[in-house]
Design a protein around this ligand. Structure first.
Ligand code: GDP
Ligand code: MG
Length: 163
């Protein structure tokens, strides 16, 4: 069975951009993995000989109680349940907000292997600006740029190693 990676985070942090970086073919895999539900976005990827599956998700508000946000939260919980490792994406430029804290709390409770990733980190002086992400309680943050590709390989290696 190929390892399954779920991309989780609030809207607009760059999950879909990372999904496109990490995958070459999309959705075709659904046929091979009957256990996976169709209404999330699946992709196939390969790093060297290691093949993997990535699940993209919509924005996640774990505490949403109605409407589209509740449905998105449900989809995300299912994606997380199907995955072997979670890549939790935050926005290096916007910094930590309440939604990030909610998601972090949910992931910490779950105890699934989780890699914390600060996207949009291109051109940023690392370290200082990323220190605030430690407060999410998920260990070290990996700076990446989905748009430019920096750090994506290290992020993927870390995710696959943490399973
Ligand atoms: P999602 O809602 O989490 O799936 O986020 P998207 O992948 O749709 O990206 C949201 C916005 O952030 C878009 O305007 C992207 O172009 C932008 N974006 C994504 N990745 C990066 C990045 O690495 N750097 C910068 N500067 N912008 C990015
Ligand atoms: Mg998206």
């Amino acid at each position: 069975m190929k390892p399954v990676i779920a991309l989780v985070g609030r809207p607009n942090v760059g999950k879909s951009t990372l999904f496109n970086r990490l995958t070459s073919s999309r959705d075709a895999i659904v046929a091979d993995f009957a256990g996976l539900t169709r209404d999330r976005h699946y992709g196939n990827g390969k790093s060297g000989k290691q093949e993997y599956i990535v699940i993209d998700t919509g924005g996640f508000e774990p505490t949403a109680e109605s409407g589209i946000y509740k449905e998105m939260a449900k989809q995300t919980r299912q994606a997380v349940a199907e995955s072997d490792v979670v890549i939790f994406v935050v926005d290096a430029r916007a910094g930590v907000n309440a939604q990030d804290h909610e998601i972090a709390k949910y992931l910490r409770r779950l105890g699934k292997p989780t890699v914390l990733v600060a996207n949009k980190a291109e051109g940023m002086t690392q370290g200082l600006q990323l220190v605030e992400f430690f407060e999410l309680g998920l260990g070290e943050v990996v700076p990446v740029s989905g748009a430019h590709g920096q750090g994506v390989r290290s992020m993927l290696d870390l995710a696959l190693e943490s399973i």
